[in-house]
Design a protein around this ligand. Sequence first.
Ligand code: SAM
Length: 274
Amino acid sequence: MIWFTEYQTKNTGLTVRVKESRRFQSEFQEILLLDTYEYGKMLVLDGAVQTTERDEFIYHEMLAHPALLAHQNPKRVLVIGGGDGGTVREVLKHSTVEEVHLCEIDKMVIEVSKEYLPTISGKLNDGKVTVFVEDGNKFLDERKNYYDVILLDLSDPVGPAEALFKRNFYQKVKASLREDGIMAAQTESPFLQEEYFKTAVQEIKAVFKNSQTYLAFIPTYPAGMWSFTLASDNNDFSTLKDKNISNLNTKYLSDKILNSLFALPKFVSDIIEK
Ligand code: SAM
């Protein structure tokens, strides 16, 4: 019997029983593709679970839709990271979107996802999508005032994604957005990764005039409690609660969740305000 444990902190982890495992080594990280009994196929980078067939819809819906719904007319969208393709798939559900750029540093993540995770990566070959295999930090240097929405679909702030959780990077994101542009970022687990969470949210707040953090329940992420942060200079996200989501065919996001998206448990808002 094979079991895999992701060590989420020094003292706790997520353990799953595995039917079959494949290991790849890229220039940037170790890639594991595990076929698990409970969660279906699971993508693991340097020991950290990135996505699974069973619960991926929650993360991808919740990263993509609030930002796209809050924007009046999102046409040009950039996803940084996200080589599994799940966020791109959700972005393409918005009919106003004309152009989607995906900037993923690791070509092998894209290749492994295309081969083994077709339900997640299936829209990466869509005609509206262009894939760039580049470091997101450098990519933004050449693209100013261009995007309506930028989604940061990054791995944890260690390794290749470390610089992309810092103030200097959020400033680049802001410069690459049009005036009414919106950023949404995954900002880690407030429960088990309090320092990562707090730092990311505070750095975002230091750069953008408006920001709002929200949560989703994601079983395979640390503590099952995950955070996202929306940010913009010219959008206060107040129209979000009235948006119609019936055409998005979501499985997690509902009208009621959207209505109370920014209702945070008290300990979570205390961390941000501390
Ligand atoms: N849902 C995930 C999570 O929160 O664990 C994120 C998934 S996605 C697979 C993360 C991707 O970000 C990885 O494929 C990784 O290669 C990519 N990445 C890390 N650093 C990057 C960088 N500097 N530029 C572009 N992509 C980067």
